[in-house]
Design a binder for this molecule. Structure first.
Ligand SMILES: Cc1cc2nc3c(=O)[nH]c(=O)nc-3n(C[C@H](O)[C@H](O)[C@H](O)COP(=O)(O)OP(=O)(O)OC[C@H]3O[C@@H](n4cnc5c(N)ncnc54)[C@H](O)[C@@H]3O)c2cc1C
Length: 466
C-alpha cells in the first residue's frame, strides 16, 4: 500500500506537516538524512543558539546586575564545557520530543537521504549506501537550508566557521570576527562577547539587520557598540589567510579600495542561508526552481509537478522556523481537502539579543514605499514601571497604524522580552485590530506589555505615562 504522504526532511516544516497529516488520517512517512530529527532548528539552529544566549545572558547579569539588586555571588566564572553540555542537553531533549511525537502519531520514519526517482517514488539511501524505494501519493519536500558560503573562503568549522561551528567552540576566542550583521551574526556575536571575546562584525550594507525597521536597527546598533561589539558597516571581507596561528582577514570598503588586514582567532561567516534543493532528483522530474535554487510553488505549496509539494526554507519567504511550521500545517490541510492557508502579513520576526528585537507587519520604510499614510505611536521602556524595576529600560515599542482606519499595520519592539511580547501584536493583527482596540484592552500592571498599550494610546497622542 503506498503512503498518502512522504515528507522529506524532519525540521519544523517537515515534522509539523507529518503530524498534521497523520492527525487528518493520512498514512504518513518521514525521511531524514540526519541521525536525529528536528532539522536545522532543533539540532544546530534555534534551540542550541537560544541555550547559549540564555546561559551567557544570565552570566552577564550575574556579573553586572546582581550586586545592584543586593545579591552577592562573587565574581562569576564560565565553565564552557558545562555550558556546551547544557546546550546539548537542551538539543537532545527537544529532538527526542520529535521522535516521541512521530511514534505517538504512528508516523513511519526512515533514516537516509531521500530522492525522487519517479512520480510517486522516493528512494531512501542510508549511510551504508543501502537503498529502498517507497511509494506515495504525494511528497512534501521540507529539506530546509544550509549556511551560505563566501567566495574563496571555505568552512573548516574549527577556525573558519558557520553558525554550526560557532555554536560549539571549545574555547572562548580572544578575537572573533563575524562576517554579516544579520540575526545569526548578532546573536552569536552577543554570546561570545558576553563570554569574553573581542567581537568585530563586518557588514557589506550601510546598516545592520536588513529588513528590520531602520529606527530600531539604528538604536540597536548604538546599544551593541555600547556593549563592546565593534561594527564596521559598508565593508566587505575579501579573503582569510589561515596559514599562521592567527587568521589574517582582508577587509575593504564595500565600494572597493585598499584592503586592511584584521587579526582574528575565529572567523564566523554568517551571510545568510541557501535552500537545500540539490540531489533530490528534481531536475529529472522537471520541478522548477527560481534563480536562487528555491523550489517554485503555487499558493497551495504545489510545485509545477503534480503530487510534489514544498515548504519551509526550501521555498521563498522568511527563513524562520515558525513560517515553516505554518506552511507544514497548511500543506497537510490542503492535501486533506481543507483550506490550509498562511497569512504572510503576520509572521513575527525576533532577534534574541539583549535587548531583544521583535516585529510583526510592515516597517516604516515599507509603508512609505507603498505610499500608505500611517501614524506612529511610540513608548519608551524608560517610562514603563516594570522595566524600571527590572533595570531593563533600553528600547521602545512602536506601533504603526493606518492614518485613516487606525488599523495596526506594524509593531516593532526593541526591549526586554520583546520576543514574548510580540505575540500580543500578532494576535491583534490577525484579528484586524486597530490601535484603539489595543489601547482599550486592559493590560496587567506592572508588566512590560503595558508599553504596548501605551504605544497604542500614543497613536492617538494620549499616552498616560509619557
Ligand atoms: C544558528 C541558527 C539560529 C536560528 N534561530 C532561529 C530562531 O531563533 N527562530 C527561527 O524562527 N528560526 C531560526 N533559525 C532558522 C530556522 O532554523 C529555519 O528557518 C528552520 O529550521 C527551517 O525549517 P525547515 O523545516 O524548512 O528546514 P530544516 O530545519 O533545515 O530541516 C530540514 C531537514 O531536512 C533534512 N534533509 C535535507 N535534505 C534531505 C534529503 N535529501 N533527505 C532526507 N533529509 C534531508 C535535513 O537534514 C534537515 O534535518 C535559525 C537558524 C540557524 C542556522
Amino acid at each position: 500500500m503506498p503512503y498518502d504522504l512522504i515528507v522529506i526532511g524532519s525540521g519544523p516544516g517537515g515534522y509539523v506537516c507529518a503530524i498534521r497529516a497523520a492527525q487528518l488520517g493520512m498514512k504518513t512517512a518521514v525521511v531524514e538524512k540526519r541521525a536525529t530529527f528536528g532539522g536545522t532548528c532543533l539540532n544546530i539552529g534555534c534551540i542550541p543558539s537560544k541555550a547559549m544566549l540564555n546561559a551567557s545572558e544570565l552570566y552577564e547579569e550575574a556579573g553586572h546586575k546582581f550586586a545592584q539588586m543586593g545579591i552577592k555571588v562573587g565574581t562569576p566564572a564560565v565553565d564552557l564545557a558545562a555550558m556546551l553540555k547544557y546546550k546539548q542537553d537542551a538539543v537532545d531533549g527537544n529532538v527526542k520530543g520529535v521522535d516521541y511525537l512521530f511514534k505517538k502519531n504512528k508516523i513511519e520514519t526512515f533514516h537516509g537521504a531521500g530522492r525522487l526517482v519517479g512520480p510517486g517514488k522516493v528512494e531512501v539511501k542510508n549511510a551504508d549506501g543501502k537503498a529502498q524505494v517507497l511509494e506515495t501519493k504525494n511528497v512534501v519536500i521540507a529539506t530546509g537550508s544550509d549556511a551560505a558560503r563566501l567566495n574563496g573562503i571555505d568552512f573548516d568549522e574549527k577556525r573558519i566557521v558557520s553558525s554550526t561551528g560557532a555554536l560549539d567552540l571549545p574555547a572562548v576566542p580572544k578575537k572573533l570576527l563575524i562576517v554579516g550583521a544579520g540575526i545569526i551574526g548578532l546573536e552569536l556575536g552577543s554570546v561570545w562577547r558576553r563570554l569574553g571575546a573581542e567581537v568585530t562584525i563586518v557588514e557589506f550594507l550601510d546598516h545592520i539587520l536588513p529588513g528590520i525597521d531602520s529606527e530600531v536597527g539604528k538604536q540597536f546598533q548604538r546599544i551593541l557598540q555600547k556593549q563592546g561589539i565593534a561594527v564596521r558597516l559598508s565593508s566587505k571581507v575579501t579573503g582569510v589567510d589561515s596559514s599562521g596561528a592567527t587568521l589574517k582577514v582582508k577587509v575593504e570598503s564595500a565600494a572597493g579600495g585598499a584592503a586592511e588586514t584584521l587579526d582574528a582567532d575565529i572567523v564566523l561567516v554568517a551571510i545568510g542561508r541557501v535552500p537545500y534543493s540539490e540531489g533530490l532528483g528534481l531536475e529529472a522530474l522537471g520541478v522548477k526552481k527560481d534563480n536562487r535554487g528555491r523550489i517554485l510553488v503555487d499558493p497551495h505549496y504545489c510545485s509545477n509537478v503534480e503530487g510534489i509539494y514544498a515548504i519551509g526554507d526550501v521555498i521563498a519567504g522568511p527563513m524562520l522556523a515558525h513560517k515553516a511550521e505554518e506552511e507544514g500545517v497548511a500543506v497537510a490541510e490542503v492535501l486533506a481537502g481543507q483550506a490550509g492557508h498562511v497569512n504572510y502579513d503576520v509572521i513575527p520576526n525576533v532577534v534574541y539579543t539583549y535587548p531583544e528585537i521583535a516585529s510583526v507587519g510592515k516597517t516604516e520604510e515599507e509603508l512609505k514605499a507603498a505610499g500608505i499614510a500611517y501614524n506612529v505611536g511610540k513608548f519608551p521602556f524608560t517610562a514603563n514601571a516594570r522595566a524600571r524595576v527590572n533595570l531593563t529600560t533600553e528600547g521602545f515599542v512602536k506601533i504603526l497604524a493606518d492614518a485613516r482606519t487606525v488599523r495596526v499595520l506594524g509593531v516593532h519592539i526593541l526591549g526586554p522580552d520583546a520576543g514574548n511580547m510580540i505575540g500580543e501584536a500578532a494576535v491583534a493583527m490577525e484579528f484586524g485590530a486597530s490601535s484603539e482596540d489595543i489601547a482599550r484592552t486592559c493590560h496587567a500592571h506592572p508588566t512590560l506589555s503595558e508599553a504596548i498599550k501605551e504605544s497604542a494610546l500614543a497613536v492617538a497622542k494620549r499616552a498616560i505615562n509619557f
